[in-house]
Design a protein around this ligand. Structure first.
Ligand code: AMP
Ligand code: TRP
Length: 331
């Protein structure tokens, strides 16, 4: 079985960045790569690596699962599950800790960023986060892992750990490859376009949440930060704000940057932002409608139960093989 696998942390409501960089991308991949099985999960164990609200997490786990389906993933070749329900993730995470080096973890930029934000000590799990992520992937022998730009470094570590384990204990894991979207691998904050749009950061105004009122979404786009030149031209270094909006426009309409620039050649930022606000509102509006039908349905639980069973079958087999290889079996 050929597997494509990915996950999203349920730490807050997913954003437009998650939608373009991850969810929407999975949907088109699923259409393109029909001979692959898709394993997609709610990465809840990753959501407790920083302080969290318990009730909110419970709600978000369900919301993220429903959002996967609302974005249009087909259930035909899909296993959708909750990470913590398949215990082997944590087990393999522990085993991989034993072959990981402090030095390589200290180099992870996401760790460095998040560690800085911790007010009362840095949880060890935050440091070990990329190892658990490697376990998520290696447990299933996933061949491809579609993620946004920000996760590339974690994927590189995953590949190193797979190779290290294979060298030390014999061929066990498939070395996975990263798949980054062509457009929109990194959507930036609308108020600070040098930072990525991030649901766990404290930047309400610069971040579009997939489940917030459509009116608010439109307002956020219309009041996004742009430069004073008033020319719709893509230049990430000189015009990060407008370039980010062009990226969003392109990701949602399929138009190239050049086509968008041409279309708005004689227009100002006002018109462009209005159009973009409508495009985003329309797409997220449809997503929200589907979401509300799914969120309280029994179908969602059935799909998650089935996904869990399929994931477990593979994970159990793999963890037995791993225990055996490292000598964790009675002599
Ligand atoms: P996270 O929200 O960190 O769990 O991320 C889930 C997925 O969304 C990962 O594949 C990320 O790379 C992707 N992602 C998160 N934020 C963005 C963003 N601002 N732009 C593009 N992709 C993103
Ligand atoms: N770490 C990813 C993120 O923050 C989420 C994630 C966890 C993931 N495990 C994964 C993504 C395995 C891909 C594959 O975005």
């Amino acid at each position: 079985m050929k597997i494509i696998l990915s996950g999203i942390k349920p730490s807050g409501i997913p954003t437009l960045g998650n939608y373009i960089g991850a969810l929407k991308n999975f949907v088109s991949l699923q259409e393109e790569m029909k001979d692959f099985e898709f394993f997609v999960f709610v990465a809840d164990l990753h959501a407790i690596t920083v302080p969290h609200d318990v009730e909110e997490l419970r709600q978000n786990i369900r919301s993220v699962a429903a959002l996967y389906l609302a974005s249009g993933l087909s259930v035909d070749n899909l296993s959708l599950f909750v990470q913590s329900e398949v215990h082997e993730h944590a087990e393999l995470g522990y085993i991989l800790q034993t072959i990981s080096y402090m030095g390589e973890l200290e180099r992870m930029t996401q760790y460095k960023d998040k560690a800085k934000q911790q007010k009362s000590g840095i949880p060890a799990a935050l440091f070990n986060y990329p190892i658990l992520m490697a376990a998520d992937i290696l447990l299933y022998d996933a061949q491809y892992v579609p993620v946004g730009e920000d996760q590339k470094q974690h994927l590189e570590l995953t590949r190193n750990l797979a190779e290290r384990f294979n060298n030390r204990y014999g061929e066990t894991f498939v070395v996975p490859e990263v798949l980054v979207t062509k457009t929109g691998a990194k959507i930036m904050d609308l108020q600070d376009p040098l930072k990525k749009m991030d649901k766990s950061a404290n930047n309400e105004k610069g971040c579009i949440f997939l489940l917030e009122p459509i009116d608010t979404i439109k307002k956020k786009i219309k009041s996004s930060i742009t430069d004073s030149e008033s020319k719709i031209k893509y230049s990430k270094s000189r015009k990060p704000g407008i370039s980010n909006l062009i990226t969003i426009y392109s990701a949602l309409t399929g138009l190239t940057y050049t086509a968008i620039e041409k279309k708005y050649e004689n227009a100002g930022y006002g018109l462009f932002k209005n159009d973009l606000a409508d495009i985003v509102a329309n797409e997220i509006g449809i997503l929200q409608e589907k979401y509300h039908k799914i969120i309280n349905s029994k179908m969602l639980d059935d799909i998650l139960d089935m996904g869990k069973a399929k994931a477990q079958a593979i994970a159990q087999k793999k963890i037995r093989e791993v225990y055996n290889k490292v000598g964790l079996t009675r002599g």
